[in-house]
Design a protein around this ligand. Structure first.
Ligand code: TXA
Ligand code: MG
Length: 345
């Protein structure tokens, strides 16, 4: 199949492909999505085939606005409307009880569905023109880092899908925050582009799902099925070093092997001049770190590095999502530089 590159203004062409049961990669403010008509089981099946995605991993339905919630979800609590009012369009996915109209293949057989309204004008225009909810996982091949440019999508999907809509680089860079509203208190299933602190201003206390902070043991099942898979992983093994940034840098310098790669904050790059370096952005700029994190992970697959070491932001604000993506890439192989060796500081 020849994959077309569409311009952001070509919403009518993209909508036409979706209505005909085809696949179109769409830009969002978080990461690129691989879209199909979320109500068409045969079209949704093609997403799983193109990505090599396990069938039990449900997809997010992308909607025009909160007025579509009642079409696809049952028992929508007032809190969902309050959150949509405050944060949509934006990087928040809400898990709600689904209506029968949403096919099993879209929800991975669950009786809930993830719903979000993305903040990208091109994709909002496509959803409106198609007049359909668009089921879209991130547009990467399953297991690889998510795509934040149309070129990334082409690298993974060229020849497998009808079209990619080029909406420029993603503004946020990490996927949406996922909040389960079918339980009390609401539960954070994935930290993302909307910081937990902002959610808590509207929801009050939020419980954090265990799969967010640690590798699950065999037999343990996360609430978001996708959280159990090894994710975002470059080919070389990754070790994340948390704690004070100076201590982390010293720890990495002491332990890195010749031929190793480093993901570090900009301020520390000169220290690693003898290694292959990807900069994550300034230590003070978490928004930039979020935009850079997947690119940094993808970059190393084009190099021959034997191992990758990463500095890691603290867990406040967007740091929680950046740290989660780095730790997942590392299979939760994490060293705390502050505690591991106090003599370093
Ligand atoms: O920012 C994003 O959310 C991007 C853009 C394209 O919107 N999408 C995205 O989709 O990250 P995906 O499929 O890569 O990740 C969705 C996650 C998976 O971990 C999946 O298991 C979880 O959401 N999920 C989807 N529906 C769910 C449900 N009903 N219950 C629990 N988890 C669900
Ligand atoms: Mg994904």
């Amino acid at each position: 199949m020849k994959t077309k590159l569409l311009r952001a203004a070509d919403s009518a062409a993209a909508a036409e492909i979706l209505r005909a049961g085809g696949l179109v990669a769409i830009p969002t403010e978080t990461v690129y999505g691989l879209g199909a008509n979320g109500l068409d089981a045969a079209a949704v099946e093609k997403i799983f085939a193109a990505k090599g995605r396990p069938q039990d991993n449900p997809l997010i339905l992308h909607v025009k606005d909160a007025s579509w919630l009642a079409r696809y979800c049952e028992d929508v609590p007032p809190l969902a409307y309050a959150l949509a009012e405050r944060f949509w369009p934006g990087p928040l996915t809400m898990i709600l009880r689904r209506r029968e109209i949403v096919p099993d293949v879209t929800t991975g057989g669950l009786d809930t569905v993830g719903v979000r309204c993305p903040a990208h004008p091109a994709t909002l225009a496509i959803i409106a023109a198609a007049d359909l909810p668009v089921a879209a996982p991130s547009a990467n091949t399953s297991g690889r880092p998510s795509c934040t440019t149309a070129a990334d999508v082409m690298e993974d999907m060229d020849g497998k899908i009808e079209a990619v809509v080029d909406g420029g680089p993603c503004r946020v860079g990490v996927e949406s925050t996922i909040l389960d509203l079918t339980v009390q208190p609401p539960r954070l299933l994935r930290p993302g582009g909307l910081p937990l602190e902002e959610l808590e201003q509207v929801c009050g206390a939020v419980e954090i799902d265990k799969a967010v902070v640690a590798l699950l043991k065999p037999g343990e099942h996360p609430k978001a099925p996708g959280m159990k898979y090894r994710h975002y992983a470059p080919k070389a093994p990754v070790t994340v070093v948390t704690g004070d940034a100076d201590c982390a840098a010293e720890y990495i310098l002491d332990h890195i092997a010749p031929g190793g790669g480093v993901i570090c904050f900009d301020e520390f790059a000169p220290l690693f001049a003898h290694y292959t370096v990807e900069r994550l952005g300034s230590v003070f700029d978490k928004a930039e770190q979020a935009r850079r994190v997947f690119d940094a992970l993808r970059f190393f697959d084009h190099t021959g590095v034997s191992e990758i070491w990463a500095q890691c932001p603290d867990e406040t604000g967007l740091g929680r999502a950046v740290a989660n993506r780095l730790k997942k890439a590392a299979g939760f192989h994490v060293i705390d530089a502050d505690r591991r060796d106090e003599k370093l500081c």
